[in-house]
Design a protein around this ligand. Structure first.
Ligand code: ZN
Length: 130
């Protein structure tokens, strides 16, 4: 079973919490024991799992990534969005979460974030539940 989530980012760099949408897909799938694979088919976006309780954590991650990979630099890519490509590779484009008793096995403080690095744009997140 495979699903597509449509995500609309509003900023150049933004983390969007998609945990509840993915929980709903897992519930609909009716899989009791399995794996949920979350995949972002883009070269300037990513997906990560981190704290969802305190919003300053995602803000701090974004600030640190922007410091690590500045928007302007000695880049050759003509499109002018090399920083976004590099951040996509650093963060990665997929995550796997285990499913037990029909529920995602996320830690208490964990949320799943779609990571926009070259927004605002319409994006897709592919979710495969097996
Ligand atoms: Zn590019």
């Amino acid at each position: 079973m495979s699903n597509t989530l449509n995500v609309k980012s509003k900023s150049k760099t933004e983390f969007i919490d998609i945990t509840e949408e993915i929980r709903s897909l897992v519930k609909e799938a009716g899989v009791k024991q399995g794996i949920c694979h979350v995949y972002v088919p883009h070269t300037t976006a990513g997906v990560t799992i981190n704290e969802g309780a305190d919003p300053s954590v995602k803000r701090d991650i974004i600030t640190a990534l922007n410091r690590l990979v500045p928007f302007e630099g000695d880049y050759q890519h003509q499109e002018g969005n090399s920083a976004a490509h590099i951040k996509s590779t650093l963060v990665g484009t997929s995550q796997i979460v285990l499913i037990d008793e029909g529920k995602l096995l996320l830690g208490t403080w964990q949320s799943i974030y779609f990571c926009e690095f070259d927004g605002p744009r319409h994006r897709r997140v592919l979710v495969k539940i097996v």
